[in-house]
Ligand binder design. Structure first.
Ligand code: NDP
Length: 328
């Protein structure tokens, strides 16, 4: 019988509790590929799951962790064989299917993408779901037709995971990037990643006007709520915003004015059920479209035993950049 360490969330008396424990391989869920997990990462959603702050987990007991990079141990799937290096983001991992904070995962081969040839497992998870989502957002803006000559792009939640990667990608593509942050003390960090201007969070936190002064050609928003509504009202004629997060709230207290009077477009970004081909494209672009030195600057490594503290910090908006979790 094989057992391994895992961060397991269980439910008792209506409350959830996360603990590092020993898990029996026989209790892994069905899947045609078994993976030796090497690295995972801490995303905002993992923070919500571990702290129990939002009902992310929909099956108990659940191994937390929504993404991993690792090596295939056994496979009955035609696309994968032992020793293949793979990545998994989303598909319900850590929510409905036993997740990534464990030395082993059994998953559907259809969920996996190959680890890009020039990337190691740690780098892939330094990017993680936050970074892959940032690339999906950039792809949506570029598909819209946004080019650097159209004007600056605002990134909200700039010092967070999605924000940090989004800024580095946009800067490498030649965009002028404005970092919207509640942490002005991180100005040097944000500029190192590519921001040319630091915009106080307060500028986008006030009452939302139907149309405000046009400031940005586009935006990537991981905050939602008043911040997203203000961002839309400040987006220039014909511009676009990619919305991917709710760190500030799930509501959208704005008006249709930016859409119908300025032709502004709002793109929704979902990484969890994103079709395989778009995932592959995002990971391919991440191979060359993200400066690895900047990635290293924004990344800190922890172990499974540090997850509880880190989870509490990320839901409070206190984590800077990305956290990789060493598993194997
Ligand atoms: P982080 O916690 O790393 O980043 C969120 C950032 O938002 C914070 O660092 C902070 O930035 C800002 N922020 C936090 N709380 C507030 C608040 N109350 N008001 C305004 N700004 C706030 O999380 P991630 O980057 O990992 O994720 C960001 C969001 O994107 C989350 O909501 C997450 O669920 C979502 N997400 C969605 C995905 C999808 O598929 N759609 C995939 C991945 C993430 P600063 O201090 O600079 O202001």
């Amino acid at each position: 019988m094989t057992t391994f360490k895992a961060m397991v969330i269980d439910k008792a008396d209506g409350a959830t509790k996360a603990a590092l424990t020993t898990f029996d391989e026989a209790n892994l869920m069905d899947g045609d590929v078994t993976v030796r997990v090497e690295y995972s990462t801490l995303n905002y959603k993992d923070g919500l799951a571990i702290t129990g702050k939002a009902p992310v987990v929909r099956r108990f007991p659940m191994i937390a962790g929504i993404d991993f990079a690792g090596t295939v141990e056994t496979s009955n799937h035609p696309a994968w064989k032992a020793d293949d290096k793979v990545i998994l983001n989303g598909w319900g991992l850590g929510e409905t299917h036993l997740g990534a904070y464990a030395e082993k995962a059994r998953v559907k081969g259809d969920w996996l993408v190959p680890l890009p040839a020039t990337m190691n497992a740690r780098e892939a998870m330094a990017i993680g779901t936050a970074g892959y989502t940032a690339m999906l957002a950039v792809m949506a803006l570029e598909k819209h037709g946004l080019t650097p000559d159209r004007g600056p792009v605002a990134v909200t939640g700039a010092a967070g995971g999605v924000g940090s990667v989004a800024m580095a990608i946009l800067a490498k593509r030649g965009f002028t990037v404005h970092a919207v942050t509640g942490r002005p003390q991180e100005a040097d960090y944000l500029k190192e990643l590519g921001a040319t201007e630091i915009v106080p969070r307060a500028d986008l936190s006030g009452p939302v006007k139907p149309l405000a002064k046009e400031r940005w050609a586009g935006g990537i928003d991981s905050v939602g709520s008043t911040m997203l509504a203000n961002l839309l009202s400040m987006t220039r004629y014909g511009g676009a915003v990619a919305a991917c997060g709710l760190a500030g709230g799930m509501d959208l207290p704005g008006s249709v004015a930016p859409f119908i009077l300025r032709g502004v477009c709002l793109y929704g970004i979902d990484s969890v059920m994103c079709p395989l081909e778009r995932r592959k494209e995002a990971w391919k672009r991440l191979e060359t479209g993200l400066d690895r030195q900047k990635l290293a600057t924004m990344t800190r490594e922890i172990g499974l035993s540090d997850l509880s503290d880190a989870a509490a910090a990320i839901v409070k908006g206190e984590v800077r950049g990305r956290i990789v979790v060493k598993i194997g």
